[in-house]
Design a protein around this ligand. Structure first.
Ligand code: HEC
Length: 475
């Protein structure tokens, strides 16, 4: 046997405890799979010496079985235990990787929108037809009706149009004089919400990516009015400190809803992971304000040293959806997870929703975000989606045209091009149905004054005009 110099042996001995204490660097799930699993389960998870991992059963079962198999193996069949090989976050990342792969296989149609469905579409409670309302849009972001029946549609690249119905025919006219927006990746013109007393005061609340110094931007909330086709009377309601402006074009949020004289406004984490937990920053929070921008004195953190007094809840990643349950007044929120871990949350005053300390997702590059999916004093989502569906708008349907859908939650997805109907009871979801699938990225959902369900669709492809469509009853 070779003899090692004594100092090397000592160095190894001294270094050992430190090596043990430090987390090994995160390794990517796809690389881990290729190195440790593909030999038996196949390069594309299709199976080989061992079973295929693309089986649909993984999508139905919870993560416990999948995680358990990777940690502990299946000794009697020759599946090795990987408990000692991987960190806990890596085991989670592998589980997400397997789920994503299985999902992709089960759903080859995703990503190729094939035009609108023709004829009568049947669902569990109602049959509907799809009608085109407005065409020729460019990445519609949200929809909002005014009391007089006009339909406002924001478009991410900075345009706002007003849809007007005349004799059953819709035309769109652009609104002029809008604020300058920072059009970068997910940033641009975002949400628009009329004041509950719009008929009397004409206020519209607009969220946008505000251009800052040196090609940076951040989420901002303004209000203004539309007069003679122009945006006028603009006032700033919420602006983040200039120090928080960043050149990252992701995770802006944002949505605005009103309830009982208050305004709720969601602000994305903006790609600076960790800021959602920092109460001195606006990032990754839902804020509560009076409609004129003042902070209500009974907000949860007004007496917390160093905290922004506008914060209502925190620990959010990219909250693009907010809505109020018309029956209870409860605030609901949807947020994009990283890779996996999209969430639907029931928002309670002052609570921490966990990002990035707990999450059901992993980083886009396949490295783990966190080993934890739950922790004391952090809220669990009501529903979560892994792999991600890219959950975006949420809306409680309030019309009469589809009576059995009344007060049910409609939830849209971008990447998976889905519209879901969720039956909500209290703070729980007790039923779920897919209403529309593979017809475009669902950007906005709202109830029209006619009771029809209006949906903004971004149709993938370079030259495909985007649409507003409506679902009308065909029972
Ligand atoms: C030496 C071969 C081998 C390797 C390497 C291997 N597996 Fe397996 N695995 C098996 C066998 C055998 C089974 C039993 C199922 C069967 O084939 O019928 C299995 C089963 C599983 C199951 C299903 C367990 C159940 O409850 O049905 C999962 C999940 C799984 N493997 C994941 C992985 C992952 C992830 C890796 C890489 C980290 C991996 N396997 C590496 C052989 C292997």
């Amino acid at each position: 046997m070779r003899r090692f110099p004594l100092f090397l042996l000592m160095a190894a001995f001294v270094a050992a405890p430190a090596l043990h204490a430090a987390e090994p660097p995160a390794r990517k799930a796809a690389m881990l799979y290729a190195q440790f699993c593909s030999g038996c389960h196949g390069a594309d998870l299709q199976g080989g010496r061992a079973t295929s991992l693309l089986d649909r059963k993984w999508m139905a079962s919870d993560d416990a079985r999948l995680l358990g198999a990777i940690r502990g193996g299946v000794p009697r069949s020759g599946m090795p235990a990987f408990r000692k090989t991987f960190t806990e976050p890596e085991i989670r990342a592998l589980a997400i990787f397997i789920r994503e792969s299985a999902h992709r296989r089960a759903d080859p149609a995703v990503g190729q929108a094939g035009g609108l469905p023709e004829g009568i579409q049947r669902t569990a409670l109602h049959a509907y037809r799809v009608e085109t309302v407005l065409s020729g849009l460019d990445v519609p972001w949200t929809l909002a009706f005014l009391p007089d029946g006009r339909l406002l549609v924001t478009q991410r690249k900075g345009m706002l149009v007003e849809g007007i119905q005349d004799d059953g025919r819709w035309t769109a006219r652009p609104i002029k004089g809008l604020p300058r927006v920072w059009v970068r990746d997910e940033g641009g013109l975002l949400d628009i919400t009329p004041h509950p007393d719009y008929a009397a005061n004409g206020w519209l609340y607009l969220t946008l990516a505000d251009p800052g110094p040196e090609d940076s931007g951040n989420t901002k909330l303004v209000r203004g009015r539309i007069r003679d086709g122009r945006w006028v009377d603009q006032e700033t309601i919420f602006k983040a400190p200039v120090a928080t402006y960043t050149d990252l074009g992701i995770n802006f949020g944002s949505a605005v809803v009103f309830h009982n004289g208050y305004l709720f406004f969601s602000f994305g984490e903006r790609g600076n992971v960790g800021q959602a937990q920092d109460l001195s920053l606006p990032n990754g929070k839902i804020h509560r304000l009076f409609p004129n921008g003042r902070v209500p004195p009974d907000n949860p953190f007004v007496h917390t040293r160093g905290a922004l007094p506008s914060i209502w809840s925190y620990g959010h990643r990219n909250p693009q959806g907010l809505t109020i349950d018309p029956r209870s007044g409860a605030l609901w929120e949807s947020e994009h997870g990283p890779r996996g871990g999209d969430e639907l949350n029931h928002i309670v005053r002052g609570r921490n929703y966990g990002w990035p300390v707990i999450t059901h997702g992993m980083n886009y590059d396949g490295t783990p975000v966190s080993a934890l999916t739950r922790k004391k004093d952090m809220e669990q989502p009501v529903r979560h989606w892994t792999p991600s569906i890219a959950v975006s708008p949420i809306h409680f349907y309030t019309g009469d045209a589809f009576p059995a859908w009344k007060n049910q939650l409609f939830l849209g997805a971008l990447a998976q091009q889905e519209l879901h109907r969720l039956k909500v009871e209290g703070d729980r979801v007790i039923g779920q149905e897919l209403i529309l699938k593979g017809r475009g990225r669902v950007r906005g959902v709202t109830t029209g004054p006619d009771g029809y369900l209006y949906v903004a669709l971004e149709i993938p492809g370079p030259d495909t005009p985007d649409l507003v469509v409506r679902l009308v009853p065909a029972d």
